[in-house]
Design a binder for this molecule. Sequence first.
Ligand code: SAM
Length: 295
Amino acid sequence: MEERHKKSKVVKEKTIGDLIFFGHKELINKASSRIEAEMLLSYVTKQNKLSLYQNWLNKVDRSSEFRYKQLLKKRAKGVPLSYLTNKREFFALSFFVNHHTLIPRHETEILVEETIAQIKKYPIQPVKLIEIGTGSGAISIALAYHCSDILIDALDISEKALEVAKENARNHHLLHRIHFFQSDLFSKVPEQRQYHFVVSNPPYIPNEQIPSLSKEVLSEPKIALDGGKDGLEVIRSLIHQSKQYLVPGGCLVFEIGYQQKQSALKLMKESGFTNLFAKDDLSGIPRIIGGFLLS
Ligand SMILES: C[S@@+](CC[C@H](N)C(=O)[O-])C[C@H]1O[C@@H](n2cnc3c(N)ncnc32)[C@H](O)[C@@H]1O
């Protein structure tokens, strides 16, 4: 009897393969249901994807199965995958994220790419740069990682986001190279401070569009998304305030939202920026705007 009882318990344990198929079905409404199921099972069982495949027929213990199913339920209800695994890849680096930070987007990698290209061409080195609205720290950390002598200040209005940014910088051994501090735009930046670059991925979604965003995006901090009435309120202040902190010939580069290119270029021009440039993302949507302060 004892033996039979034990046997039936063993039979109930699922294999890695069973659980991946199960997860795939549970998330069938998501575009990448299979991949997401694999990522959640990797996270719970602490093994990479290759190991999941190599151990396809291995049994998974019941408590891991239970945790996996809990995560699948949350994911099916619209909690972003990155908030469940506390992880996001950005610019080929791994970042810790939580619900206090925006999940860094792949489109934002173009901002990093373009900033690195501009830094390399800049006549003065080392470059002093400030990032406005650093969130998880992804942009500043990627820049520090690829530009070895750059000096970076990175600020955010959210103390909780800054804790995450510092943890990420520590994980990448870059905490000594980036000075993180809390500030509402430039309000806490000393008046005499001067930078060669100001970089930002500001909140730029018009606030009337916020209620219609997906459940996933709505799980992210509203302060990271809300760009005010026309989506350009933070961008307007960013352009205006940057002028005081950029050296003559310094560069302001930032991300924009859908259909904001013309308005953002106009604002830059009116504020005395020149040699304006714009970059599209991989879907052909204008994403990045930049320019140089008249010398
Ligand atoms: C779109 S998120 C970008 C986060 C991160 N840089 C990234 O690209 O993943 C905008 C960030 O700006 C911050 N923010 C919003 N308003 C701000 C303000 N007035 N001053 C400073 N930071 C602000 C938010 O807390 C948020 O972290």
